[in-house]
Design a protein around this ligand. Structure first.
Ligand SMILES: Nc1ncnc2c1ncn2[C@@H]1O[C@H](COP(=O)(O)OP(=O)(O)OP(=O)(O)O)[C@@H](O)[C@H]1O
Length: 323
């Protein structure tokens, strides 16, 4: 069912000469959803996002927002806003002026645009630093200013291109929590491009996995992780084994593989301690099978490389792959 402010991609295609960067994509991003566009380098994520934003022209197909074709409108008239990876703040403007800039371009008077900028800075917890220049801010603070600057135009869809990639791992986890909170508070859609599986699983209401210019699978984070449709998705999401059995190819979650005395006879090849669990890789014929074993369970009966081991799983946990 369609709701107002759904964003729809219809046969969306982008060609650069002989390269097809995005190939005939059809998808509806439901209003008020946190979407992560996930995929390996070069799969077409950023091109898709830039076409939605209007920073890249469309070769074929169209982009509809709330039923209206926005694919030929200039970026500022689309109802979308983009936050760039590099933040792209103006170095000579204060934080407040950076946030108010697009409103100035629209001819909004100073009192009104400063009020709007201050409201957005308060939303991202940066009100106290409104007078500073970008160079006087940390990376995380610059990122919040960039976010306030994108949100000040009151977009119906916020587009984020690898927004966390410049942050250190600790800050990345904190800021991603803030992004999610902000999206819930504002109730608009966020479309967030990432190549981090963990990031997508942590944030997204809907994960859209791209590969080779097409959407390979889309669904809730649990659906995509729990029921990958293809070998590519199973391998790319990680945490799965891909094994051939009885003429079929199956995904089997590594945390569903048990080390047992009976079962499929294998030989342990690598043991990695990971804190809360131990990653045990074994050779089952020519196939490497990963088992993620809870720490206490592993140390109750520890294994070493070269040990014979039985691999067991519940048949119901095997998930047949389509390709
Ligand atoms: N301006 C351009 N001219 C020619 N080819 C381009 C251009 N921009 C992107 N491409 C090509 O289009 C394909 C998709 O690129 P895109 O940047 O969308 O990938 P991506 O999934 O965002 O990758 P990354 O994670 O590395 O940013 C790639 O093969 C890329 O080389």
């Amino acid at each position: 069912m369609r709701t107002p402010n759904d964003l729809e991609l219809v046969h969306l295609t982008k060609r650069y000469g002989d390269t097809v960067a995005v190939k005939d994509i059809n998808h509806v991003f439901a209003n008020g959803t946190y979407v992560c566009l996930l995929g390996p380098s070069g799969c077409g994520k950023s091109t898709t996002l830039r076409m939605i934003a209007g920073h890249e022209s469309v070769s074929d197909g169209s982009i509809l927002l709330d039923g209206q074709d926005i694919s030929r409108l200039p970026p500022a008239q689309r109802g979308t806003a983009m936050m760039f990876q590099s933040y792209a703040l103006f170095p000579h403007l204060s934080v407040r002026d950076n946030v108010a800039f697009s409103l100035k371009m629209k001819g909004i008077d100073k009192t009104a645009r400063y009020k709007a900028a201050d409201d957005m800075l308060a939303l991202v917890d940066m009100g106290h630093l409104a007078e500073r220049l970008p160079a006087q801010l940390s990376g995380g603070q610059q990122q919040r200013v960039a976010l306030a600057r994108a949100l000040v135009t009151k977009p119906r869809v916020l587009l984020l291109d690898e927004p966390l990639s410049a942050l250190d791992p600790f800050l990345r986890i904190r800021v991603r929590g803030e992004l999610k909170r902000l999206q819930r508070e504002l109730g608009i859609s966020f479309i967030h491009v990432t190549h981090g599986q963990d990031e997508a699983l942590a944030l997204a209401d809907e994960v859209v996995v791209m590969n080779n210019a097409v959407i390979e699978q889309a669904g809730t984070a649990r659906d995509v992780f729990g029921a990958p449709r293809t070998e590519f998705v199973a391998r790319f999401m990680g945490g799965h084994n891909v094994i051939d059995l009885n003429g079929g190819r199956f995904a089997l979650r590594a945390d569903d593989v048990k080390l047992a005395d009976s079962g499929h006879a294998a030989t342990v090849s690598v043991v990695e301690y990971q804190g809360d669990r131990v990653a045990v890789t074994s050779k089952l014929g020519e196939t490497e099978v990963l088992a993620l074993v809870p720490e206490a369970e592993f140390y109750a009966n520890p294994k070493n490389p070269g040990d014979a081991v039985g691999l067991a799983w519940d048949e119901g946990r095997l998930h047949r792959l389509l390709a």
